[in-house]
Write a protein that binds this ligand. Structure first.
Ligand SMILES: Cc1cc2nc3c(=O)[nH]c(=O)nc-3n(C[C@H](O)[C@H](O)[C@H](O)COP(=O)(O)O)c2cc1C
Length: 319
C-alpha cells in the first residue's frame, strides 16, 4: 500500500520535504500545500521557489491547486505540465473561512451540480492526471450520498478522502462509514486520510481496507516522523531521531531563509515534536519564546536535554 505525506500549508514546504526524505524517507508521494492561482497565473517569489522542479528533485511531489474557476485550474495545471510534473491535485477539503468564503476548497462540496460543471471542464481539458483531496461534506455527513455520484462520473486519478465534514474541521472522529460507502460506490483508486497517529493505527487501517491505493498521513508524521519506519518493522522513534531531524531542519532553513523566519518555522515543528516528548512544558515554552537563533538553539537544546521520548510517541488531538 502506498504512503503519502499530506499537504500542510506553512509546514510541509520544499525544504521540509527534502529533509524528511533524507532522514526518514518511506514516502511514495509528497502532496504540496495548495496554491491558489490568480487569473493572471503569476506566483510570488516564495511560491516559484516552492514549485520549482529543482527544489523538489528526487521526490515525487504533487502540486495542489485551490480554484473554483476551471480556467484558473487548467491554466495552473498547464504550467505544472510544462514544468514536468506528472500529476496535479485538486483541493476540495480546505476548511479555512478565508478559503470557503471565496467559494473554494470544501465550499465546493455545498453544490453538487456546480461541482459537476467545474469537474466537466477540468476533466474535459486537463493536460495531466488530476487527483482530488476531499472531505465528505460541508455541514453534514449525509451530503456524501449526493457527492458520491458526482465523483463516480470522472476519471479521478486518485481520490483522497478525509472523512470529516468542513464543520468538524479536525474535531471528532472520522466517519469511517463514509469511507466504506466510497469503497462500495467508486471505481477510482482511493486513499484514506485522517488521524493515523501510530504504527498500530496505520496497521489497523491497512488491515481494514487492504485493497485501497494508499494512506495519507499529516500530523502523525510531524509528531512521530518514524511511524512508517515502525510499520515496516524498523525501530520506533527515539529522542536522537527527533534531535537529528530538528538540527537538519534548522540548518536547512537557516541556510535558505532569514534567521527570524527560520526560527519561526522551527517553533511550528517544535509544537508537533513536543507531543512525542516527555518534558515539563516550561522547557517547550522557553524554546517557543526564543526568537533569536542563538537563544532558540540554547532553549531547544535545554528542552531536548530535559526530555525523554514519550512512552507512546504520537500526535495527541486536542479535546
Ligand atoms: C496546519 C495545516 C495545514 C494544512 N494545509 C493543507 C493544504 O494546504 N492542503 C490540503 O489539502 N490539506 C491541508 N491540510 C489538511 C491535511 O492535509 C490533512 O488532511 C489533515 O491534517 C488530516 O490528516 P492527519 O490526521 O493525518 O493530519 C492542512 C492541515 C493542517 C493541520
Amino acid at each position: 500500500m502506498r504512503m503519502y505525506f499530506a499537504p500542510m500549508e506553512g509546514i510541509t514546504d520544499a525544504i521540509f520535504r527534502q529533509v524528511f526524505q533524507a532522514r526518514f524517507g518511506g514516502i511514495d508521494k509528497y502532496f504540496m500545500p495548495f496554491v491558489s492561482p490568480s487569473s493572471s497565473l503569476s506566483y510570488t517569489v516564495r511560491q516559484d521557489f516552492e514549485l520549482s522542479p529543482e527544489q523538489n528533485r528526487g521526490l515525487f511531489a504533487v502540486p495542489q491547486i485551490l480554484a473554483r474557476d476551471p480556467l484558473c485550474f487548467l491554466g495552473a495545471a498547464r504550467g505544472f505540465a510544462d514544468s514536468g510534473y506528472p500529476e496535479v491535485n485538486l483541493n476540495l477539503g480546505c476548511p479555512s473561512g478565508t478559503v470557503t468564503g471565496k467559494g473554494k476548497g470544501s465550499a465546493m462540496l455545498k453544490d453538487p451540480d456546480a461541482l459537476r460543471r467545474f469537474l466537466d471542464q477540468v476533466y474535459g481539458n486537463t493536460p495531466l492526471p488530476v487527483s482530488i483531496k476531499t472531505r465528505i461534506g460541508f455541514d453534514e455527513p449525509e451530503e456524501w450520498e449526493k457527492l458520491l455520484p458526482v465523483f463516480s462520473t470522472y476519471p479521478i486519478h486518485e481520490l483522497i478522502i478525509h472523512p470529516r465534514t468542513r464543520s468538524q474541521i479536525y474535531r471528532g472522529t472520522p466517519w469511517y462509514h463514509a469511507f466504506e460507502q466510497a469503497l462500495a460506490a467508486l471505481k477510482c483508486p482511493l486513499v484514506y486520510n485522517g488521524d493515523l497517529f501510530t504504527a498500530k493505527r496505520v496497521q489497523e487501517v491497512q488491515d481494514a481496507y487492504p485493497h485501497i491505493r494508499g494512506l495519507m498521513l499529516g500530523r502523525g508524521l510531524l509528531s512521530n516522523p518514524a511511524v512508517l519506519r515502525e510499520v515496516e518493522g524498523g525501530a520506533p522513534l527515539t529522542k536522537e531521531d527527533l534531535i537529528s531531524f530538528h538540527d537538519d531542519l534548522f540548518r536547512a532553513y537557516w541556510n535558505t531563509w532569514h534567521p527570524l523566519t527560520a526560527v519561526g518555522r522551527m517553533h511550528v515543528f517544535l509544537k508537533y515534536f513536543a507531543h512525542s516528548l516527555d518534558v515539563p512544558f516550561k522547557y517547550v515554552r522557553e524554546a517557543l519564546r526564543a526568537n533569536k537563533p542563538e537563544e532558540y538553539l540554547d532553549a531547544a537544546g535545554e528542552m531536548f536535554a530535559r526530555a525523554a521520548i514519550a512512552e507512546n510517541p504520537r500526535y495527541v488531538q486536542p479535546e
